[in-house]
Design a protein around this ligand. Structure first.
Ligand code: PAP
Length: 327
């Protein structure tokens, strides 16, 4: 369907669903959605219809190249930030980070690095730039990545975030996206769903663990980052990312303070105060301002009861037991 109202997210509109997607949906388990009324479980993870259509098309049509970079996150893990940092690092020759015309000052990072499954939900044959490295982003769980990604040497950067802050962030974000007529979700209801694993592209724990294990197995191709570490040691993490992309900072760049320049350009304070991020909607219909809330570690303390925090901690401990992954 033609999108006429940019303020209504695409996944809430009556868009055309492929016959393949319709057939599949009729056979999938259903649960209550966070923004849309219903989500479906496909390959062990929860998706709403528009998302699922994108995942199927991404799986079917995407051809990964060894030089590609794929940024992967579970929703609300710091995607907006990782996209900005990665764009700034990989495009720094073409777009010097101190330039007053830098694309990140004029565009939201979700426009510069769109979610590849959203691109495929719209168009099964999108045209991507052929200049390497091609930078893509996705929330798709490891098991559902296209075969060509599994078979290529393309680089995957996964950023995870502690589940308590992630849940609180997701709760606020999804309530902002719900149109007034749908009413707001209660924190208790969404907490129960989250703990049951019913979350966009969730279960959260399975999403994280699959990429964690892959990073252990193939450290040259999969880099595992934590939002909290990026906040606490941003310089170290940004240098690690540049090195992983195969474009470490030169001595001259270091001398000129490129790391601080990238961190300044991509900081919450800088990006959230830009007109381009305060006003308007993404092409997919989400209000841009919803991607910038607090950008802090530990905000969960302001929202979760001691019992809720304990329950999430227990689930996390149980799920990650023996994996070596801790928060
Ligand atoms: P997505 O996965 O839906 O694309 P994502 O960017 O992961 O969204 O989630 C937004 C979170 O990242 C928000 O967290 P909060 O709700 O706890 O505040 C947002 O504030 C935070 N965020 C956005 N930009 C930055 C940034 N530049 N630095 C640090 N945190 C950021």
């Amino acid at each position: 369907m033609e999108i006429t109202d940019p303020t209504v997210p695409k996944y809430l509109q009556n868009f055309q669903v492929s016959q393949e997607c319709k057939n599949l949906i009729s056979s999938l388990p259903e649960e209550r959605g966070w923004v849309v009324p219903t989500m479906y479980k496909y390959q062990g993870f929860w998706h709403h219809t528009w998302q699922l259509q994108g995942v199927l098309s991404f799986q079917k049509h995407f051809h990964a190249q060894d030089t590609d970079i794929l940024l992967v996150t579970a929703p609300k893990s710091g995607t907006t930030w990782l996209k900005a940092i990665s764009f700034a690092i990989t495009n720094r020759i073409k777009y010097p980070v101190t330039s007053s015309n830098h694309p990140l000052l004029k565009n939201n990072s979700h426009v510069l690095v769109p979610f590849v499954e959203h691109v495929y939900a719209e168009n099964p044959n999108p045209e991507f730039s052929e200049t390497p490295p091609r930078l893509f982003a996705t929330h798709v769980p490891f098991v559902s990545l296209p075969e060509s990604v599994h078979n290529s040497k393309c680089k995957i950067v996964y950023m995870c975030r502690n589940p308590k802050d992630l849940f609180v962030s997701a709760f606020h974000f999804t309530n902002k996206l719900r149109p007034q007529y749908m009413g707001k979700n209660s924190m208790e209801d969404m907490f129960d769903l989250f703990c049951k694993g019913v979350f966009l592209y969730g279960p959260y724990w399975d999403h994280v663990l699959a990429y964690w294990n892959e990073a252990l197995r193939r450290p040259k191709e999969v880099l595992f980052l934590k939002y909290e570490e990026m906040k606490e040691q941003p310089g170290t993490q940004v240098r690690k990312v540049a090195e992983f992309y195969g474009c470490p900072f030169t001595f001259e760049e270091e001398k000129e303070g490129i790391v601080d320049a990238i961190l300044g350009l991509c900081s919450f304070e800088r990006l959230s105060n830009l007109e381009v991020n305060k006003e308007g909607y993404l092409p997919t219909g989400e209000m841009k301002q919803a991607y910038f809330r607090k950008g802090e570690i530990g905000d969960w303390k302001n929202y979760l009861t001691a019992e809720m925090a304990e329950e999430l901690d227990m689930i996390t401990e149980h799920k990650f037991q023996g994996s070596g992954l801790t928060f």
